[in-house]
Design a protein around this ligand. Sequence first.
Ligand code: CMP
Length: 203
Amino acid sequence: MTAPPVRWDKPGVPNTVELLQKVSLFHEVDSEELERIASLLTPKDFRKDQHIVTQDEPGDALYIIARGRVKVILTLLKAGEFFGEMSLVDAQPRSANVIASDDAQVLILKREAFTDHLMASPKTALNVMAELSRRLRRADEIIGNLATLDVYGRVAHIMIDLAKKDGEETEEGILIRERPTQQDIASMIGTSRETVSRVLSEF
Ligand code: CMP
């Protein structure tokens, strides 16, 4: 079962700690350290379709999604997920554009604060590796599907993938409450919105 969406309505350290406890990056990090990190975060709001991170720019911060969803090439990340770690880990420019898919709020942790925390917390370093592995596995699977499946297979596969990641069990089956738009699905699987619409209605 997928965890319920993280709510983050009122700013403030105790509330932020609650959010951080749900972020995979900080799994098993003690609450004292999370309080310290919470006090270092800067919230920033983005409107739907605004760029949060631009590909090829230098990266100097990590982002935690407090509200809304963001698009990163083949995937959608939601509240309680993070991005921007790659440039901090490998000192290369940003690997991809990250764009607000809804009105979104992110919490920004500057490079130095992230690095200080990583040095003190091997648990977080392992959590970063686990998340990178998860994302690489998913990307490998998507690349494999793009190469081998026709458009029907690709649409079917992305729906199954979304159901596994974000689906909720209901009496009538699995419900994907915060479904990406047909345009989002189209760009995830390298086809047009019209094709996605036609394939979904044929299904
Ligand atoms: P960074 O390269 O600093 O900036 C862009 C961010 O997008 C990157 O860090 C990751 O956090 C995120 N990202 C890049 N590729 C993927 C992917 N395949 N799946 C999920 N997130 C990604």
